[in-house]
Ligand binder design. Structure first.
Ligand code: ADP
Length: 629
């Protein structure tokens, strides 16, 4: 059942939670959570065993046998000649050949490069001392001329130092270069052009979803810890040329795999403390392209939209459902906010986990907290109502005892003793009066419930408001005189109204007796009746104790009495105004109160005018007129 009374605070709190969730999602902690989630989910993907790239690794043994990096070009040239004979699809050399070197070594390498098909050479963007990008460090022209392409070899790590992606297009020093992995893939596919669009690149027939923003990032689908890319060492190729047969038709990545060497080693989601060499990262990026295993990062607006959908779901959940059901459903939604993005990741789409999760958690806590507080508030109200009810029952039973005792005593007297006719009549009158009082007390209790349930029918007719007021004043006069309060009829006259005389008399009498009860002695009460275009208005104004704003909000609740009324000598049930309101609402009218503490109160009833209403007497069921006051 929908819950009422959440007011404007709830949507405002949910909005606040959404904003807090967004701030969290886009904070440093949020981005770290995104990294962790990314790494965790990447590891859940099935491992890939076959690779179309092969690593020609210049390992520690190879370097030692050639006398270190300075003497690398000559053995590299020899190895390339062996590799070239096996007709690889492409050879990507992840060593920046920019140093002058020995002439004979350079000549040998130049010859080898010329004999090798589809060579990609490495270029590196220098960074200045303050981190800005400087000029490109490129291979010597004699090598560059022999290569089919030039590719950058940067593996841009994230803020936490872990490499998860490469930039397919790296710009700097007034020049932009494709990544070595992309060039190797392009050449292996026949050397066609790279077609660029805003959303991605195309090397026929493959579409690569690497958007223009942020220099076309490509998340690397690392093949997993067990299935790192197949490798053959340089030394092995030279010592046993037969081993080069493994490179046939494949893309060969040549690079130094010695920690501390010229190549950068970086952590990857699979590293677990063991960094990976740059050439292996480039080879893994190539594999990603070759397999078409693309992870697409959703735009921020998409993640935000998903987060808002979950926020709305959670907000509605706590409004529409109650108790445990709300908690279970909200819990399921919260789980969905984590499992949904995880499932999408495994299907190749990366959402902002921290944003979606952060917004969902915030809304869960806020909605849950509000839900709990509202529940507690309702329980408190119910408890207060119960204790007020008990007090009222106490009062009514106490009040009932007096007439009952009188009736009991009088009837006993009549039956036991010989009485004169006069005495008998006197006692009969007393019994009658007390039983009427008793019946009224019971009626009062029953009529509130019956009225609100629409079970009492109003017998409406044209009634003169001044007549109603006059009857009520006359009845209330003895009470007023006891406190020396005068009741005056203010100026103004009114057209007849359309209503049930008896009920309206009850309502006005109640307002006047309240004015007497809650005013100090020697004050005045003024009653008025007047009309405007649509309504007849009746007001009762006193110079009594008055009420503050908080009390005013509650006086129409059943059994409510202000603390001042409770502590006063005046007896009451807290039911009178609830009945008055009910009567007025059933008439299609309204009631208004203005009050100031220690200055007084004015209750104004607004009721429909008789002019234009049906016949002389019409019967209306209570529920046919319901309106709020
Ligand atoms: P009660 O039986 O207590 O008079 P009512 O429903 O008639 O019950 O009124 C509810 C409460 O509203 C009263 O207990 C009193 O605290 C407050 N109240 C009603 N009328 C007045 C008034 N004219 N001046 C000050 N307080 C009033």
């Amino acid at each position: 059942m929908p819950r009422q009374g959440l007011g404007w605070k709830y949507p405002l709190l949910i909005l606040g939670s959404v904003l807090a969730g967004i701030v969290f999602g886009w904070s440093r902690i949020g981005s770290q959570i995104n990294f962790w989630s990314y790494d965790f989910l990447l590891r859940l993907r099935p491992a890939v065993s076959s690779s179309s790239a092969i690593l020609l690794a210049i390992d520690e043994d190879s370097l030692e046998s050639f006398g270190g990096l300075l003497h690398l070009r000559e053995p590299l040239a020899r190895a390339l000649e062996v590799v070239a004979r096996q007709e690889p699809a492409a050879v990507a050399i992840d060593i920046v050949l920019s140093e002058p070197g020995e002439e004979s070594d350079n000549e040998a390498l130049e010859r080898a490069l010329a004999a090798t098909p589809n060579v990609v050479l490495a270029a590196h963007l220098r960074t200045g001392s303050s981190g800005e990008s400087g000029a490109w460090q490129e291979p010597l022209p004699l090598f560059r001329e022999r290569a089919a392409a030039l590719g950058h070899v940067h593996a841009d790590p994230d803020d936490d130092g872990v490499c998860r992606r490469i930039l397919l297009a790296k710009a700097g020093g007034g020049k932009r270069l494709w990544a070595m992995a992309l060039e190797a893939y392009r050449l292996a596919q026949g050397g066609g052009p790279v077609v660029e669009t805003e959303a991605g690149l195309e090397i026929r027939p493959r579409r690569i979803p690497a958007a223009l923003r942020e220099q076309r990032p490509l998340p690397i689908a690392f093949p997993g810890p067990e299935s790192s890319i197949e490798r053959v060492s340089l030394q092995e190729i030279l010592e046993t040329p037969g081993s080069a047969a493994r490179v046939r038709g494949r893309v060969v990545f040549v690079g130094v795999v010695v920690p501390g060497g010229p190549d950068h080693f970086l952590m990857t989601p699979f590293s677990f403390g063991r960094p990976l060499s740059g050439v292996e990262i480039n080879a893994a990026a190539y594999e990603t392209l070759a397999r078409g295993d693309f992870l697409q990062t959703a735009a921020d607006s998409v993640s935000l939209l998903v987060a808002l959908v979950f926020a709305a779901g959670l907000a509605i959940c706590f409004v529409q459902f109650a108790g445990r059901r709300a908690l279970w459903l909200a819990g399921a939604l919260l789980a969905g906010a984590h499992l949904g993005p995880a499932a999408l990741f495994l299907a190749g789409h990366i959402l902002d986990f921290a944003l979606v999760g952060g917004v969902a958690w915030m809304c869960f806590f806020t909605g849950g907290g509000f839900h709990y507080l509202a529940l507690r508030g309702r329980m408190q109200t119910a408890e207060e109502q119960r204790s007020r009810y008990q007090r009222a029952v106490h009062y009514v039973t106490h009040e009932m005892r007096t007439p009952l005792t009188t009736i009991q005593g009088s009837s006993e007297m009549m039956s036991r003793y010989e009485l004169t006719d006069e005495k008998r009549q006197q006692i009969a009158g007393l019994i009658h009066r007390e039983s009427v009082r008793l019946a009224k007390l019971v009626d009062m209790f029953l009529s509130v419930e019956k009225l609100s349930a629409g079970e009492l029918a109003l017998r409406c007719e044209a009634v003169r408001p001044d007549e109603i007021l006059a009857v009520c004043i006359e009845r209330a006069l003895p009470l007023a005189e006891r406190k020396q309060i005068s009741i005056g009829h203010g100026p103004g006259a009114a057209e007849p109204l359309w209503g049930d005389r008896e009920f309206l008399e009850y309502a006005c009498y109640n307002l006047i007796t309240n004015a007497i009860k809650y005013s100090p002695p020697h004050t005045t009460i003024t009653v008025r009746a007047w009309h405007d275009r649509e309504s007849v208005l009746l007001s009762v104004e006193d110079r009594g104790y008055g009420m503050d704003a908080a009390e005013l909000k509650s006086i129409f609740r059943k059994f409510y009495r202000t603390p001042r009324a409770e502590n006063s000598q005046e007896k009451g049930t807290g039911l009178g105004l609830a009945i008055v309101e009910e009567i007025v609402v059933q008439h299609g009218g309204s009631i208004e109160v203005e009050s100031r503490v220690d200055e007084g109160s004015r209750f104004t009833l607004s009721l429909p005018r008789a002019a234009g209403q049906g016949g002389p007497v019409a019967t209306v069921r209570g529920d046919e007129h319901r309106q709020s006051h």
